[in-house]
Design a protein around this ligand. Structure first.
Ligand code: RP5
Length: 181
């Protein structure tokens, strides 16, 4: 999956390979069919130079792997987990139950129900086990939220986020100017 992701990102970015440093963010997904959506989280983290790992970890098909991944993530230095899944999307919630790390859930549109099934499966967590849920298929926001969380204790990263926001604002202003002309 890392190889597929690399080729997907290579098509979209022109910068070189990120340095092989220990990952701070774990991006996991229930199936390789989630990768076209979840690659956007990896892309954002790469833009911010945040080291991340990408794994297929299924709550239903590889439950033992899900357990060992969630239980070992903190000691391996992972600080935030982004978990994407579709349909009966139990992965983010189960991982959040097993680790004290913040978990961001990405509902993937994977079935005939247009992603509403995934959204509700992820967002409707019981009290005590939070998952920060982003919009359906919006792995970009999951990446950005991970950067913001890391920015709490990393002022350089927080400054980069402030710059990112200014750049987005400027984009809107430029588009507005063009419309007026
Ligand atoms: C979920 O089931 C996965 O996260 C995926 O979104 C969905 C369909 O998986 P595949 O049948 O494409 O492997 O577990």
């Amino acid at each position: 999956v890392e190889a597929r992701l690399k080729s997907m990102l290579a098509e979209e970015t022109t910068d070189g390979e990120p340095a092989a440093i220990p990952p701070r963010v774990g991006i996991i997904m229930g199936s390789d069919s989630d990768l076209p959506v979840m690659k956007d989280a990896a892309k954002i983290l790469r833009e911010f130079n945040v080291p991340a790992e990408v794994r297929i970890v299924s709550a239903h098909r590889t439950p033992e792997m899900m357990y060992s991944y969630a239980l070992s993530a903190r000691e391996r230095g992972i600080q935030v987990i982004i978990a994407g899944a579709g349909g009966a999307a139990h992965l983010p919630g189960m991982v959040a139950a097993l680790t004290p790390l913040p978990v961001i859930g990405v509902p993937v549109r994977a079935s005939t129900l247009d992603g509403l099934d995934s959204l509700l499966s992820i967002v409707q967590m019981p009290r005590g086990v939070p998952v920060a849920t982003v919009a359906i298929n919006n792995a970009t926001n999951a990446g950005l939220l991970a950067v913001r969380l890391l920015g709490i204790s990393d002022i350089d990263l927080q400054a980069k986020m402030a710059q990112y926001q200014e750049d987005r604002r400027d984009e809107v202003l430029v588009k507005g100017d063009k419309l007026e002309k």
